[in-house]
Design a binder for this molecule. Structure first.
Ligand SMILES: Nc1ncnc2c1ncn2[C@@H]1O[C@H](COP(=O)(O)OP(=O)(O)O)[C@@H](O)[C@H]1O
Ligand SMILES: [Mg+2]
Length: 256
């Protein structure tokens, strides 16, 4: 029976979609799990673009409206073999409700080991149904004061909605002394553990142009290695991160 994991932040641009695409791709490619990715950001959907699909012919609104059964809204990416329920290219003006999100999604849980859900940066009344369908919520934050205020807002909102919060991921780490430490971040989030720290890595941004997640297009880059490590924590599998010697760090500096 698959576990439904969702990446959350009330702020845009922190890496929710990037984590969904790359953690999902890691679970499939590195750890051989059956994975389904779901884009619930219906007003700004871009998860499938990480796989080169810009204008999906079928999408989550077809599932939410009951027009198509969930399995008929799945796009199987031919290059990675990953299954995706994409979001719509055109947001469309009708309000979509996630009232039935859990009802439609959970019956297909048996087909997967993990269902990884990308979420919108607003979690109002229409979208709170997303939270009900998630079994493990992960807060995505950045290691600055403003980043942490937003992570705390996200944490409080998820707590109010009775989500089960599995931890946080700190993205865009740059190694500056003004950045917050994991212990400070955990203090902000009432002891919820920091599961991983992902460095800012140009290869991650670049992968969007290739239409292939960075964990597949640039497996040796530092950001990717951190994502693989955090994926192993989320999936609870033993994983020994590769040892990085001086030379590989030296080459990283010049391959940016
Ligand atoms: N660790 C990282 N290093 C460099 N660029 C990143 C990293 N994480 C995300 N990005 C880039 O930041 C932008 C916003 O990320 P995205 O995942 O779309 O955020 P969100 O879904 O929270 O709005 C994208 O262009 C993505 O490629
Ligand atoms: Mg996004």
């Amino acid at each position: 029976m698959g576990e439904v994991i969702g990446f959350f932040s009330t702020k845009g641009g922190v890496g929710k979609t990037t984590m969904t695409a790359n953690v999902g791709a890691t679970l499939k490619h590195e750890f051989d799990f059956e994975v389904l990715l779901v884009d619930t950001h219906i007003l700004g959907a871009d998860l499938s673009s990480h796989f080169g699909l810009l204008n999906p012919p079928v999408h989550i609104k077809d599932m939410l409206s009951g027009k198509l059964p969930p399995e008929k809204t799945i796009y199987k990416d031919p290059r990675t073999g990953i299954n995706i329920i994409p979001g719509p290219f055109h947001p469309d003006t009708q309000t979509s409700t996630f009232k039935n999100f859990k009802k439609y999604l959970h019956p297909i849980k048996d087909d997967y080991d993990f269902i990884v859900v990308d979420t919108p940066p607003w979690l109002g009344r229409e979208t709170s149904g997303i939270i009900k369908g998630i079994e493990t919520a992960i807060v995505v934050g950045t290691p600055t004061i403003s980043g942490m205020l937003e992570a705390k807002r996200t944490f409080d909102l998820l707590t109010r909605k009775k989500a089960s919060i599995g931890g946080s991921i700190i993205n865009f780490y740059r190694g500056f002394d003004y950045e917050l430490h994991p212990e400070e971040i955990e203090g902000f989030l009432k002891g919820v553990p920091v599961l991983g720290i992902i460095p800012e890595d140009e290869k991650i941004r670049r992968s969007l142009g290739y239409g292939v997640p960075a964990v597949i297009s640039s497996p040796k880059s530092p950001g990717v290695e951190a994502i693989v490590e955090v994926s192993s924590v989320l999936a609870d599998v033993d994983y020994e991160p590769p040892k990085r010697g001086f030379l590989s760090k030296f080459f990283d500096m010049f391959s940016r």
